[in-house]
Design a protein around this ligand. Sequence first.
Ligand code: GAR
Length: 212
Amino acid sequence: MTRLVILISGRGSNMEALFGANLPVEFAAVISNRADAKGLQTAAIRGIPTGVIDHKTYVDRAAFDTALMAEIDRHAPDLVVLAGFMRVLTDGFVNHYAGRLINVHPALLPSFPGLHTHERALAAGVKLHGCTVHFVTPEVDVGPIVIQAAVPVLNDDTPDTLAARVLTEEHRIFPQAIRWFAEGRMTLTAQGTVRLSPAATDTVPLVSPPLD
Ligand code: GAR
């Protein structure tokens, strides 16, 4: 069984989506950089071990990441997932988990890496926005893409309405990506892309706004 360690910083709705997806994995631990992360309670109620490594108590990023790695490795994970973990990670951390560190990002990468993705998508006037699950590499929000979901952007959208539409899709694609990993269906290519096997064959285009 694939052992999963989940890192969160807040609400933990993506973490909950994993809990509810009947995945062939064992939830080894949920770790947060914030003691007040709501998701810690959600995990504890399910009897999943939780931990807090508070970034504010470390002198620098490297010291925090070293402590975080020690806490994660205590649980011997096969896969570490960032489910709304809002810290930039050092190269040392990312390389330690190369090929077994996955993140969900609220934009269609490589568009809109970083923060405030929904505001930026609205400002750019894109007609399709969405979310991405990807392997984590040292450069922030750049690693090999596993799966993406696109949603329409509507005239009257606010950052909140758009975020809600995207979050619904995050909750669908994140568990799917973890399932594919657990089932051994993903290969990282030499070019730094992900290949799924058996391959998808659907070619239905997404058009937004829809054609008349
Ligand atoms: C999610 O929208 C996730 O994509 C985003 O934070 C939110 C966490 O919500 N992550 C990032 O922006 C990472 N750069 P959740 O705690 O309810 O899962």
